[in-house]
Design a protein around this ligand. Sequence first.
Ligand SMILES: Cc1cc2nc3c(=O)[nH]c(=O)nc-3n(C[C@H](O)[C@H](O)[C@H](O)COP(=O)(O)O)c2cc1C
Length: 164
Amino acid sequence: MPVWLIVSSHGWRLLKEELGILNVEQLRDSTGGDWSTTTLFEDGDRGAKPASGSQRTRGMVICPCSMGTVAAIAHGTSRSLVERAADVTLKERRRLIVVPRETPLSVIHLRNLTILAEAGVVVVPAAPGFYHRPTRIEELIDFVVQRLIDQLDLPIDIAQRWQG
Ligand SMILES: Cc1cc2nc3c(=O)[nH]c(=O)nc-3n(C[C@H](O)[C@H](O)[C@H](O)COP(=O)(O)O)c2cc1C
């Protein structure tokens, strides 16, 4: 399945600060190395394919989603390819899923997230469960990623599900 990837400039900063990933090659290696179905777009290129509703997609996931990007989507002030692609996803009535990353949340953050939810955006905070007794950070990450995969209706199982 083709995947379009957009990393914001601050996304690159986070990859560097939090994971020590400095460039596209290191990002590719850390995600398994096979990007034969992945296309990387520049966040500054608002003329790239994801900027147009004529390009059909299943939807879009913004993970993690800063409060600045939440605000820009909520108010329709897109200035980057991530924000424009989110705008397009909404206007085309496709699935938009955001994973907000901030704590604590101000009233402004909550209002903007409410605007998104009212517009049909699925807000999925990165809040993993613990009932599967995780012992590795990868299990916590997979828990959240499974929720995102499920929201896109993809037949992929990477995490344990609650069995009752
Ligand atoms: C190490 C680091 C961590 C950050 N974490 C967050 C965060 O969790 N949430 C957030 O809204 N901003 C965070 N910021 C601030 C972002 O850089 C800022 O919100 C930026 O506008 C995000 O841009 P983007 O949405 O285009 O990626 C962080 C910055 C740095 C350097």
